[in-house]
Design a protein around this ligand. Structure first.
Ligand code: DGL
Length: 285
């Protein structure tokens, strides 16, 4: 089932006649990508955005590569139908397991969070900790990306399976969340890391908790900041940065729209208009 949006026609007209006015597609399994969206609002205020949250199928971080690839392809096909000019994988798990494969399959640029995050980390530290979903940690994507840039630094990755469900349930200030965060950070603190990378876009939502548990000299790297900077550069290079006022952000989720409206209000500070989409319908096989 495809829901129509009041924005569809505008986006269509823009993308065929004036490509710079076409939207950028941003996707995540849930509210994690909102940390990237907030950066887009700051760094690229003229861009129109279509935000996808695959909330019916989260968390991605405990899925197999085959499943992630399928979900990512479905979302990107749907975005292609919406005529996006660029897509941002605001999801480390997808960036780690699917980006290199799907990049060749679509005719618009697709950016992921891992390389920009890795570049920022090596600029900051020598003893780098990465907290991530089980799938991202297991993929070794951060370690590889970081060591490729600088083989002389040290990298420790910790899988944090409980964080995404806790964040999706908005249990940030629950004492249990602090307890579990202590457990996840403990091996990294033992290694005396000087830098910690949020290897999942959900985790910046936990920053008050994580900051309170880390020594003040440990630098926190939020790859969202750096992927949006990369996005801005790419738009300049391609000559498709929007200079007109943007359309309101369009939100499309596979799960419950009302629930996402609540989360959107909490994390963005305004009430988003959210529609429900079945992304699997976008792929005609
Ligand atoms: N926020 C995503 C990431 O950066 C996905 C988390 C999940 O759904 O497990 O990996």
């Amino acid at each position: 089932m495809h829901s129509t949006s009041i924005f569809d026609n505008h986006f269509d007209t823009f993308s065929s006649q004036e490509p710079q006015r076409a939207p950028i597609g941003v996707f995540d399994s849930g509210v994690g990508g909102l940390t990237v969206l907030r950066q887009i609002y700051q760094q690229l205020p003229n861009e129109s955005i279509i935000y996808v949250g695959d909330t019916a199928r989260l968390p991605y971080g405990i899925r197999s590569q085959t499943e992630i690839l399928q979900f990512v392809r479905e979302i990107l096909h749907w975005m292609q139908q919406q005529r996006v000019k660029m897509a941002v994988m605001a999801c480390n798990t997808s960036s780690a397991l699917a980006l290199d494969i799907v990049r060749q399959e679509f005719n618009f640029p697709i950016l992921g969070v891992i390389l920009p995050g890795a570049k920022a980390a090596v600029q900051q530290g020598q003893r780098i900790g990465v907290i991530a979903t089980p799938a991202t940690a297991q993929s070794n994507a951060y370690r590889q990306a970081i060591l490729e840039i600088n083989p002389n630094v040290q990298v420790w990755q910790v899988s944090c399976p409980e964080f995404v469900p806790l964040i999706e349930q908005n249990r940030i200030h629950d004492p249990y969340t602090t307890e579990i965060a202590k457990t996840y950070l403990e091996p990294l603190l033992r290694q005396e890391i000087d830098t910690l990378v949020y290897g999942c876009t959900h985790y910046p939502h936990l920053s008050p908790v994580l900051r309170s548990l880390l020594p003040s000299q440990v630098k926190l790297i939020n790859p969202a900041v750096h992927v949006v900077a990369a996005c801005s550069q790419e738009l300049d290079i391609l000559g498709i940065k929007n200079t007109h006022p943007p359309m309101p952000t369009r939100f499309a989720v596979s799960g419950c729209p009302q629930q996402f409206t609540q989360s959107g209000l909490h994390w963005l500070g305004y009430t988003p208009m959210v529609e429900q989409v079945c992304f699997a319908d976008a792929v005609v096989s």
